[in-house]
Structure formats: C-alpha cells, structure tokens
Design a protein around this ligand. Structure first.
Ligand code: COA
Length: 330
C-alpha cells in the first residue's frame, strides 16, 4: 500500500510596511549602494515596526495561507513555527500563534535552526501528513532579524530584513506533492554564524552586552564558501532522491541570502537563469522566511502550474543545508 502524499495546499506571506533602502543604509554606516548591489544583489529590505514581534508577522502570513487553502484555523492539527528570532525564549512562538489564530485543536512547537528552518519544518509537516497522523499542518517561518543585527556593523547590517511566509501542508495523491527532502548538518562549522550570548553558554550579562555578543556574528566569507559548495550538492541529492534529473526542474527557489550565491549554485547545477527565482533585491535575507516569501511571490504572480517540479534549497546556521523537490499540485 502506498502512503498518501503531502502537498502545499495554501501559501501566504507578509512583510512589514517600513522599507529600508541602500540609500538609507549609506546614512547609517560606511557603505554604498554600489557595494551592496554588487556584493549581494540587495536594494531594499523591510523592517518591523517597534511594536511588531515575530508572532505578529507570522499571524498575518498564516491567515493568508489559511485563506488560500480555504481552511479555517480549527481545521489545523499542528502549528510549526521556524524562527531564530522568537518573541521570547519560551513560550514557543508557535504556541502564541496557535492561540491568536484560534487553532483550537492543534499542537504547536518551534524549530530553531536558522535559514534552513522552513525546509526542515516542511519535512516534519509532510512526514506527519504522509503517515496519516495529521491532515492539515500550518508551517510558518517568521523572522525579525532587525532585532539581533548590530546596526553599527556594516558587514552584517546591510544583509538582513524582516518578514514571514506560511504554508498549509495537506494530503495529496500518492506520488504527488513533496517528492524528496535532503537535510544535512555540518556542526563543526557552526562557529561561522552564531548569536553568541543569550543562551546557557553565555547568559546575558553586562559584560556580554558591552562586547555586543547579543548581536548576530558572522564570518561572511566562510559562509559564502560553504554555501557555494554545499547548495549544489544538497540540491543534487534532493533531485536524485526524487527520481529526477536537473533538466526536470521547472523552478529553483533558493534561500535568498545573496544573488551571487544563487547564481553560482544555479550555474553548477546547469539550471537556466529563467528557471531560477530571485527576489533578494526587495527583501534582503529574511532567514527562514526567505523561501516561503519567494514561493508566495512566484505563486501569486501566476507562474506555478500543476505538474511543474520545484526545487527548494536552503543553507544557514549550523552549518545546515536542506533541499527538497516537489511536484506542484493545487
Ligand atoms: C557578506 C558578503 C556579502 C561579503 O562579500 P565578500 O565578497 O565575501 O566580501 P569580504 O567579506 O571579503 O569583504 C570585502 C571588503 O568589503 C568590506 N565590506 C564589508 N561590508 C561592507 C559594506 N556593507 N560596505 C562596504 N564595504 C564593506 C570589508 O570590510 C572588506 O574590506 P577589506 O577588503 O578592506 O577588508 C559575502 O561574504 C556573503 O554574502 N556571505 C554569505 C553571507 C550569508 O549568506 N549569510 C547568511 C547565511 S544564512
């Protein structure tokens, strides 16, 4: 007996109103629009209002995904939130979201991974649905990176933005919807991208605050090298696991961290530029939210057709990598 499949039954996204342009950043740190565009492809990013926390962004995206799936919150069996910028260390942001959205029958938990969080969460949701343990799972990836970025550090502050994307994962016919997941971790390289203070290793103290250890720390060039090497490898693994070849991919949607990384990975995979989606110029790197934000943009632009094969690829803190292939079916 073939297990049932799992598909994306609804998509939604949300970005806060405030736009921070490269010209704005030129007034804040020693940088230029030319440097940012040529090194990253980014032109602007959205920043949460002071009163907006991650669950506020998540709520907007989640409501849109539920509307798209034509479901109500009571239909949900599980709410999973992928974030490294939770409202609090606990309770989980997914619990806050579950309560506010009115998912009265659902369990809820967070996945704290980083930029690969959405794909990890989709793999969990698909597993529950395929096993018949859940019918409808809400996966939300939401981030307020602006709260953990050091706005005096030009090497990192120009790169990140805030936003949220959501998906409802529901049953599909066997062999349709998600076809593969490749989840990799390279923990020996975890020190290149970290939030040093605030956990049990380095609890918040005056000294940590003075050292600015409560802000995101990144060795960008090392992350760049790991990503350029790792993304094509994890993508190839996911394509192979799906029983397909690179030529079968209609759309590649990669983590929107840097246009140069996306282009290099696409080139190594031999994917034509017209099959590779990129919206990094408008949102910057929104961590876990970047893939669902890109997916939702593509979907709402009317570009997705039943039967197309989508490749999703992410990299981030950990150092973690993730790839997935799905057959679009709505
Ligand atoms: C961050 C990143 C854009 C930097 O690009 P790069 O080509 O690697 O640049 P380097 O780090 O080698 O720095 C080059 C120079 O630019 C300078 N620079 C860094 N940020 C700058 C900025 N915002 N404006 C102007 N100059 C800047 C550096 O100080 C360095 O100057 P130096 O040569 O005088 O020392 C790139 O490494 C990157 O995208 N890395 C991956 C980051 C990522 O994806 N993180 C998220 C993971 S989920």
């Amino acid at each position: 007996m073939m297990v049932r499949g799992a598909k994306l039954a609804g998509l939604g996204s949300y970005v806060p109103d405030r736009v921070l342009t490269n010209a704005d950043l030129e007034k804040m740190v020693d940088t230029t629009d030319e440097w940012i565009v040529s090194h990253t492809g980014m032109k602007e990013r959205h920043i949460a209002a002071p009163e907006q926390a991650t669950s506020d962004l998540a709520l907007m995206a989640a409501q849109r995904a539920l509307d798209d799936a034509q479901l109500s919150a009571e239909d949900l069996d599980l709410v999973i939130c992928a974030t490294v910028t939770p409202d609090h260390m606990f309770p989980s942001t997914s619990s806050i979201l579950q309560g506010r959205i009115g998912a009265t029958r659902a369990g809820a938990f967070d996945l704290l991974i980083g930029c690969t969080g959405f794909l990890y969460a989709l793999s969990v949701a698909s597993g529950y649905v395929m096993a018949g343990l859940c019918n409808h799972v809400l996966v939300v990836a939401a981030e307020t990176l602006s709260r953990i970025v050091n706005w005096e550090d030009r090497a990192t502050c120009v790169l990140f933005g805030d936003g949220a994307g959501a998906a409802v994962v529901s049953p599909a016919k066997p062999g349709h919807g998600f076809l593969s997941f490749s989840l990799w971790s390279d923990g020996l390289n975890s020190h290149y991208l970290t939030l040093p203070a605030g956990g049990s290793r380095r609890p918040v103290s005056l000294q940590e605050l003075e050292q600015k250890a409560h802000f995101l720390y990144m060795e960008g060039h090392e992350v760049f090298k790991l990503a350029v090497r790792g993304c094509p490898e994890v993508a190839e693994a996911a394509i192979k696991q799906a029983g397909l070849t690179n030529r079968d991919i209609d759309w590649a949607i990669m983590h929107q961290a840097n246009k140069r990384i996306i282009d290099a990975a696409a080139k190594r995979l031999g994917l034509p530029e017209s099959h590779v989606f990129c919206n990094v110029e408008r949102y910057g790197n929104t961590s876990a939210a970047s893939i669902p934000l890109a997916l939702d943009d593509l979907y709402r632009a009317g570009e997705l057709r039943n039967g197309q094969h989508l490749l999703l690829v992410a990299f981030g803190a950990g150092f973690s990598l993730a790839g997935s292939v799905l057959e679009w079916t709505k």
